[in-house]
Design a protein around this ligand. Structure first.
Ligand SMILES: [Zn+2]
Ligand SMILES: [Zn+2]
Length: 90
């Protein structure tokens, strides 16, 4: 079982893992290459796909990093609902 540390979900095989990672990339999250001895990271879907198929195909489950860390969510949209200013008349 492979685990995505980004969203804590698990997948059963490499294909599903890669599919799952693509979803993260599509939402502009940066993913790290799940294979060991590889420090590749990207948040561009085409780049990621090209890297994985060029460098790691055919996929070898044994070559995967143990616990797989996938995504770093970059999200600056902080919802601030406390900014309702009350203009009290003095
Ligand atoms: Zn995930
Ligand atoms: Zn790689």
């Amino acid at each position: 079982m492979l685990k995505c540390l980004g969203c804590m979900c698990t997948v059963n095989d490499i294909q599903s893992l890669l599919q799952h990672m693509r979803r993260h990339v599509k939402s502009r999250e940066k993913v790290l290459c799940p294979f060991s001895n590889c420090a590749f990271e990207s948040n561009v879907l085409s780049t990621f796909k090209a890297h994985v198929s060029k460098k790691h195909h055919p996929y070898d489950t044994d070559a995967l990093k143990g616990d797989i860390l996938i995504c770093q969510t970059v999200n600056d949209n902080v919802i601030d609902d406390s900014s309702t200013t009350l203009d009290s008349v003095s």
